[in-house]
Design a protein around this ligand. Structure first.
Ligand code: AMP
Length: 295
């Protein structure tokens, strides 16, 4: 496995793969890898001849006062894990390599960037869309994978690729969870043991809501009310939002049927955690947001 830090070297490598007729799969990450990231690696690996994973904590998607500086990093461990997965290249550039002086171009995916996390992290998705577009241009990937853990991000990237005619197929992978249901996240390591226990309240509330809403008859308003109550009763310190939205357009909806997304952002202590669940007929694969190469 190669570790590449330069944009030009990355491009050269990708072009060689393409010259040989190969397909390149790509998983962008901010590192501090866990099974959620590795599940995406496995998802693309089976479809391509070479897999690239990027490790880059992207400063422009953090707002002042957010956790950019203290975001967990462990490059040598990440490299080891990716080597074991059979990845061909780790692309790990410096901030200066990605944002040289004078950098001034940004991508905004209007509308989709505004609700949910966008309301509380203005500029966040502009930073995400911009870095992903840059990485796509540098890696020249054919297929890229994103996790539904970051559901809004996945919808935004899919929209950007479609709107800007980027020649990349986006595949989406399910949220990988710890044994007790907590969605895996690099930020889980901010939780102390007592907070980690209380964090179970998040998946528990989402699962309870999913079951309650299965027949589609409960109103989105009522469901939001219930979920807020359950979260606060079971140890969440603060709710940033609980929302029931259209699973693709992310706007608020009047009825849960046939499908809806229930998304939450909460604080356990000072750690902000997000999670979501798709509500709809059980057993059916959601037509909108699973692996949809035809989108
Ligand atoms: P991050 O390193 O947090 O930027 O995440 C990189 C990619 O991994 C994104 O596409 C995330 O949605 C995805 N990801 C993060 N956590 C999980 C998880 N628990 N399950 C599935 N995918 C995840």
């Amino acid at each position: 496995m190669k570790v590449i830090r330069g944009v030009e070297e990355m491009r050269e490598w990708s072009r060689e793969i393409h010259r040989q007729g190969g397909l390149i799969g790509f998983v962008p990450t901010m590192g501090y890898l866990h099974e959620g990231h590795l599940s995406l690696v496995r998802l693309v690996k089976e479809r391509v001849s070479a897999t690239v994973v990027s490790l880059f904590v992207n400063p422009i998607q953090f707002r002042p006062g957010e956790d950019f500086e203290r975001y967990p990093r462990n490059e040598s461990r990440d490299i080891e894990l990716l080597d074991k997965e059979g990845v061909q290249v780790v692309f790990s550039p410096s901030v200066g390599e990605m944002y040289p002086e004078g950098f001034s171009t940004y991508i905004e995916v209007t509308q989709l960037q505004d609700p949910l996390c966008g309301r509380f992290r203005p500029g966040h998705f502009r930073g995400v869309a911009t870095i992903v577009a840059k990485l796509f241009n540098i890696v020249e990937c054919d297929i890229a994978a994103f996790g539904l853990k970051d559901y809004q991000q996945a919808m935004i990237i899919r929209r950007m690729v479609k709107d800007l005619n980027m020649p990349v197929t986006i595949v989406l992978g399910p949220t990988i969870r710890e044994e007790d249901g907590l969605a895996m996240s690099s930020r889980n390591q901010y939780l102390n043991p007592e907070e980690r226990l209380r964090a179970r309240a998040i998946p528990q509330a989402l699962e309870r809501a999913r079951r309650l809403a299965l027949d589609g008859s409960i109103s989105p308003r009522r469901l939001v009310y219930q979920v807020r109550r359950w979260l606060l009763e079971s140890g969440v310190d603060q709710i940033q939002y609980v929302a029931v939205v259209h699973p693709e357009k992310l706007h608020t909806i009047e009825s849960i049927s046939p499908y809806a997304l229930l998304a939450v952002a909460v604080y356990i202590g000072s750690t902000r955690l997000i999670d979501n669940v798709l509500i709809g007929p059980e057993g059916e694969k959601n037509p909108i947001c699973f692996i949809d190469e035809d989108y």
